[in-house]
Design a protein around this ligand. Structure first.
Ligand code: GDP
Length: 366
């Protein structure tokens, strides 16, 4: 078969894997203008679909931004900043200004102060070497904050193009689809066209006669929990509604299991309250540290679930990471799963996560 390219975005067409870039069913190859599944959905349903790219391809594509002038809009998942932030973005976007957008604000408990979250996001980006022009909080799904954001984008872009970047699962497709449907009249104007001067496709949504908003493909972050669980379990661990915090008063040598996907051992310290921010559907189970291993061996997938059977087949074994916490209030973050706020004190904990998933500490968000 000779190589065929998508008439929409220019990517090489493949017919084997629907979840990978450039997919088209074999039957589509008989047509004159072959377009990939992603462009097809955009053209016929006005819907942007995210396709994951391997990290290297993605970063290479991002490099194209540094050769152009425009505003970069980086979307992150507020619930999983560490897992969804693209580190080293600056290397790829050059001197173009960046604004940071925290999505999924609807899942944060109402007690959380949005101003504080914004400051926190700004500092967290700065700590990763990215100084951003501004920070916004939105809910793409609930259409909250989108209008203000789109007005500000218009101000910041100064007539130039806009590049929306983000890792998979941050809600980039939802965001762009909401933007498109909010902007009346634009619907018909959506085109899928070549990104100028490249063979790699960015989706092009015209803003006016001279400028466009480009949707770039989502980058895969390997250390997110999402990559290790079944679709069914992903639904359980992804918060859908405002998170109801669960507070556990623990003595040392007690353990919490988050389903069977993660575990926290309170190794040493005075009696302390641990505040847990996880999907309301994820069961948390308390036990004694001395019994924790046995419980896992005998009840994984039953009392300790998720994982379901499908996840269990691919889930790497849990690996422990020990932290001594004696500064201010600290969050212990399980990438893509949730976090635990630990108050000030002299505390040692061991956090267990499937090997490959990231655990990190940050100044408390709340
Ligand atoms: P993409 O991979 O970045 O394109 O992400 P999607 O747009 O496909 O969204 C990933 C998941 O996040 C889906 O399950 C969405 O329903 C969900 N999602 C997107 N935006 C929001 C939001 O504002 N709030 C909540 N709670 N979920 C969202």
């Amino acid at each position: 078969m000779s190589t065929i390219y998508c008439q929409g975005c220019g990517i090489e067409i493949q017919t084997t894997n629907p979840d990978q870039p450039g997919y088209a069913p074999s039957s589509a190859l008989e047509r004159e203008d072959v377009i990939c599944k992603r462009c097809f959905r955009l053209k016929h349903y006005n819907e942007v679909q995210d396709v994951p790219y391997q990290d290297d391809d993605f970063l290479e594509m991002l490099n194209q931004i540094s050769k152009n002038e425009g505003l970069v809009v980086q979307l992150v998942d507020i619930f999983d900043f560490n897992g969804s932030f693209i580190s080293g973005l600056k290397r790829h976007t050059g001197n173009n200004p960046v604004i940071l957008v925290g999505n999924k604000m609807d899942v944060l408990p109402k007690s959380v102060n949005p101003g504080k979250v914004k400051l926190w996001l700004k500092k967290a980006a700065k700590d990763q070497g990215l100084s951003v022009k501004d920070v916004f909080l939105i809910s793409a799904e609930k259409n909250q904050g989108i209008e203000e954001l789109s007005n500000e984008i218009d101000k910041y872009r100064k007539g130039k193009d806009v590049y929306v970047v983000g890792t998979t699962n941050v809600g980039k497709s939802t965001f762009i689809n909401t933007l498109i449907s909010n902007t009346s009249g634009v619907k018909d104007a959506i085109t899928t066209s070549y990104f100028p001067g490249t063979t790699l496709g960015f989706i092009d949504i015209p803003l006016d006669e001279r400028s466009s908003l480009y949707d770039t493909p989502g980058v895969i972050q390997r250390h997110q929990m999402a990559h290790y669980v079944s679709d069914q379990d992903l639904k359980v661990i992804t918060p859908r509604k405002e998170i109801k915090t669960k507070v556990f008063q623990l003595n040392e040598e007690q353990t919490l299991y988050f389903g069977g996907l993660a575990r926290l051992d309170f190794v040493a310290g005075d009696r302390t309250s641990f505040v847990c921010y996880f999907s309301n559907e994820l069961p948390i189970h308390r036990t004694k540290l001395e019994k924790a291993d046995e419980l896992y061996e005998n009840h994984l997938g039953e009392l300790l679930s998720p994982p379901d059977a499908e996840t269990m087949e691919k889930l790497p074994p849990l690996k422990g990471h020990t932290f001594k916490i004696n500064e201010d209030k600290t969050d212990l973050v399980f990438s893509g799963l949730g976090w635990i706020t630990i108050p000030e004190g002299d505390i040692t904990v061991t956090a267990h996560v499937p090997e490959g998933v990231k655990v990190s500490l940050r100044d408390s968000l709340i």
